[in-house]
Write a protein that binds this ligand. Structure first.
Ligand code: SF4
Length: 843
């Protein structure tokens, strides 16, 4: 079949003129090329570029400009250092995703209400002119801070990425940007204030082979990192190599990372991990083990274990000429020390001692098991502790993560090969050249999570109230509301942001944000809220140079992507889209493109990549030109990363990037923020939210909607745990019917709760709370803790017509964010999207 004929036919099968939007149901999405092509088979390399941390390469087979199948990498034999990068089921379903009926086929403008999904096609020229003209007029009236390029992690291109929009804005005065991210904002703050790191500087996964005890909290690489050469692969290999390694996993779910292995699973109630950590600490301290074994380490390398260490550091700050250090000295209080807090001494004498029995009531983990963990940590020569990011996405997750980090400190064994400090494992990557984005002239940053609030309250948001960064003072407001949102490969505009129903109302209000642009490949729930839609090319239609992302394990790789088929319909890359918009802004198109074609950019970036010393030893060696590299496709290098957490500090004497240069059990910066930032019950914010406190030492905190929140536990008795399902990466791939069949979107219910609530596998239930209702199937399984339901996140929001138990239209898509709360966390102003309470009703 001629390519043109195929395109005509598949366009007809797609959204008819797109006037009424696109239905994204599984049945409709099951569109494949109508006839078998007959030409010679072509093989090209592409990659899966979603935000799972791996960017797996895939082999694309095509004939006559039609993709016929997609295979994973199997070009080398698996060896010790170089091996195959096997894509998971998602990457292998890319043909379905590429030919999905809800592909966006031409630029469109909205004709209905935002969210209705009613659009009409327009030309690229009209789309670019509308966007460029509006951006220019908003900048003239409100300044560049009124332009927001939202989060967007659905397409990790190298060159034609959403960085192109950053380049466009930076050439035209900049835009409002953000700090933090939806994955690990709270743990980033926790790590920064404890170790002076970014939360991903734990020991390399391969070093686990040298450990004798593994303690994981919500650590689940087998589901999170499914790539055949990623972190999940390294984890399995390390388990196999380790000799006599004992594994204890703490998680509300029995995950694939435990399945079939000799692991101890301790089911825990969501959001209570800090209480568990404190009880383990109590055992280690009250038994005298710390005094006898690790006190010397603690005294040498930390601040805050006891009053004396805080007084000593306070004296150093007080003698400083640095203004900030003097401010630290002024707020530091040695009564607030960790040892007293854990043992219930000093100012904590009226608070409960953090005994295993105390923690058992909160966590559901038996006291005897807690004591056993303490014994295991004490007896291990090199305990490897890691906290998965799930624990940080809780109400006051900063406290949880800091509390977990303390366990590694108490052992006194940090710096030993095989040990780790609780951070996620370090990953080393090859270098890849990227399109230069320039510098953003707008210095202020909001938290990634507070953009929806900044639409109406940006003018008044400050560092003190909302953690706005780089303003001139604590009470200097951001000063501008967001007026334009450019959303590229991004579902955080609605589906992945918290509190979908409320977010939808904010977006519908055209007096708030005046222009929403969505650049994507598919008609996602977020794209339906756009005013202008720009159809992006998919990965299989693209040339690009991509790396292996952030969690691809010990072997790094680069893929020189070559388009298997021409861009379909009227789709253009983000690079082309940004260049066209630049025509209608002050910079003009020439400044954006620098007069280079896509091929010339790729050649330039490839030459930078080739010249990098980081990439020496790549297999096979890089050829002369990018075009030649595309024929080879995949380049690998084992990074020999045996990073041991904090080794340079402990073994080599290098100072940490904390105010004291030491591990801060007592954080001087958090003591300062506690005195100066809005939080629960502070003088500044007397009606603050329950549990949103900032304290100098880590403390288990009773929070809103947590296990101990009596205000919500009567109406909403069930704790709902969100998790990353194997059927999607966040919301990416939801529209692939194969994956919907392979991984059921059902809520997991323990048999004890099935009896309690009278539900059986296959029942449909409404799960609801004050913020929304979703319809979802039930699956009974002992793989979830009693009292806890578990639901994979990322399903697409799809409101029906039925009103639910709390007055909200029931979301038949089952998006968990219909139930989550927009409540920025106290330090990071991050997303506590795993703190959810619900009730259920059979429907
Ligand atoms: S989703 Fe992740 S693991 Fe799966 S193919 Fe894509 S990049 Fe690889």
């Amino acid at each position: 079949m001629e390519r043109r004929s195929f395109l005509k036919m598949s366009a007809a099968l797609g959204c008819a003129a797109t006037v009424t939007g696109c239905n994204s149901s599984s049945d409709d999405a099951n569109v494949t090329p109508p006839t078998t092509p007959v030409g010679d088979e072509q093989i090209t390399w592409s990659a899966c570029l979603v935000n799972c941390g791996s960017n797996c390469p895939v082999k694309v087979f095509s004939r006559d400009g039609v993709i016929t199948r997609v295979e994973t990498d199997h070009d080398v034999e698996d060896g010790e250092n170089i091996y195959q990068v096997r894509a998971c089921a998602r990457g292998r379903s890319l043909r379905q995703r590429t030919y999905a009926v809800d592909r966006l086929k031409s630029p469109m403008k909205r004709v209905g209400e935002r969210g209705e999904g009613k659009f009409v096609p327009i030309t690229w020229e009209e789309a670019a002119e509308t966007i460029g003209t509006k951006l220019s007029s908003v900048i003239a009236e409100h300044g560049n801070k009124a332009i927001f390029r939202s989060y967007g992690s659905g397409a990790y291109y190298g060159f034609a990425s959403n960085a192109c929009f950053n380049r466009l804005f930076n050439l035209n005065g900049g835009c409002l940007s953000y700090h933090g991210n939806y994955s690990w904002a709270q743990q980033q703050e926790a790590a920064a204030h404890t170790f002076g790191t970014s939360s991903t500087k734990g020991s390399a996964t391969v070093t686990l082979a040298n450990s004798d005890y593994f303690l994981g909290f919500a650590y689940n690489p087998s589901e999170m990192r499914q790539s055949g050469s990623g972190e999940g692969y390294d984890f399995l290999k390390a388990l196999q190599k380790a000799n006599g390694l004992k594994v204890t996993m703490i998680d509300p779910r029995y995950t694939d990372s435990m399945l079939g292995k000799e692991s101890t699973w301790l089911p825990i109630r969501p959001g209570t991990d800090a209480a568990l950590a404190e009880a383990i600490a109590y055992q280690m301290i009250s038994s005298g083990w710390v005094d006898a074994n690790s006190l010397e380490f603690i005294s040498k390398h930390t601040v805050g274990y006891d009053a004396a260490s805080i007084e000593a550091q306070k004296a150093i700050f007080a003698a400083s000429s640095d203004e900030k250090e003097l401010e630290y000295a002024a707020v530091m209080n040695s009564d607030e020390n960790y040892r007293d807090y854990i043992l219930g001494l000093g100012i904590y004498a009226d608070a409960p001692k953090k005994t295993p029995e105390w923690a058992e009531k909160i966590t559901g983990v038996p006291a005897a098991q807690i004591e056993q963990i303490a014994l295991d940590l004490q007896s291990a020569k090199a305990p490897y502790i890691v906290a998965g990011a799930g624990v940080n996405r809780q109400a006051n997750g900063e406290q949880t993560v800091r509390a977990l980090y303390m366990l590694s400190v108490l052992t006194g064994k940090l710096g030993t090969l095989g040990s780790s400090n609780g951070e996620l494992p370090n990953m080393s990557r090859m270098y890849r050249g990227s399109i230069p984005t320039g510098t953003n002239p707008v210095k202020e940053k909001i938290s990634f999570f507070t953009w929806s609030e900044a639409i109406h309250n940006g003018e008044t948001m400050t560092a003190r109230s909302h953690g706005v960064q780089n303003t001139d003072g604590l009470d200097t407001p951001l000063g501008t509301n967001i007026k334009v949102i450019v959303s590229a490969s991004d579902s955080t505009l609605l589906n992945q942001h918290a509190e979908i129903n409320n977010t939808a109302e904010i977006l519908k209000d055209e007096s708030g944000v005046e222009l929403i642009v969505s650049c994507d490949c598919w008609m996602t729930p977020s794209a339906k809220f756009a005013d202008i839609i720009l159809p992006d090319t998919s990965w299989l239609e693209s040339n690009d140079l991509v790396d292996d992302s952030y969690a691809s394990g010990a072997m790094s790789y680069l893929t020189a992507m070559k388009s298997a088929i021409e861009p379909m319909w009227d789709c253009k890359s983000m690079y082309e889209a940004s260049a066209m918009i630049a025509k209608y802004m002050g910079s003009g198109e020439e400044a954006f493109t620098e007069g280079k074609t896509e091929a010339e950019w790729l050649e330039e970036l490839y030459q930078q990549t080739k010249a990098s010393s980081t990439n020496v030893g790549v297999e096979p060696a890089f050829p002369e030109t990018y075009a030649e590299a595309q024929e080879i496709g995949l380049f690998r290098k084992h990074m020999d990363d045996n990073h041991v957490a904090l080794s340079s500090f402990i073994n080599d004497g290098e100072a940490l990037a904390t105010p004291s240069g030491k591990i801060e059990i007592y954080s001087a910066e958090l003591a300062w923020r506690s005195a100066n930032w809005d939080q629960e019950n502070s003088n500044l914010n007397p009606t603050g939210v329950k549990g949103d406190t900032i304290t100098a030492i880590p403390q288990y905190t009773v929070t809103w909607d947590g296990y101990e929140d009596e205000e919500t536990s009567v109406d909403y008795p069930i704790q709902l745990a969100g998790y990353h399902t194997k059927g999607r990466t966040h919301s990416s791939y939801h529209n692939v019917p194969w994956l919907r069949e392979a991984v059921e979107d059902a809520v997991w219910v323990n048999p004890i709760d099935a009896t309690k609530y009278g539900v059986a596998s296959g029942d449909n239930v409404e799960m609801y709370n004050d913020r929304g209702s979703i319809a979802v199937k039930v699956r009974i399984t002992p793989r979830v803790a009693p009292g806890v339901f578990a639901l994979g996140q990322g399903a697409w929001f799809s409101p029906g017509t039925t009103v639910g138990s709390t007055g909200h239209i029931i979301d038949e898509g089952g998006a968990i964010n219909s139930l989550t709360r927009y409540q920025p966390s106290p330090v990071a102003k991050g997303n506590p999207q795993h703190t959810i309470r619900v009730a259920i009703k059979k429907i």
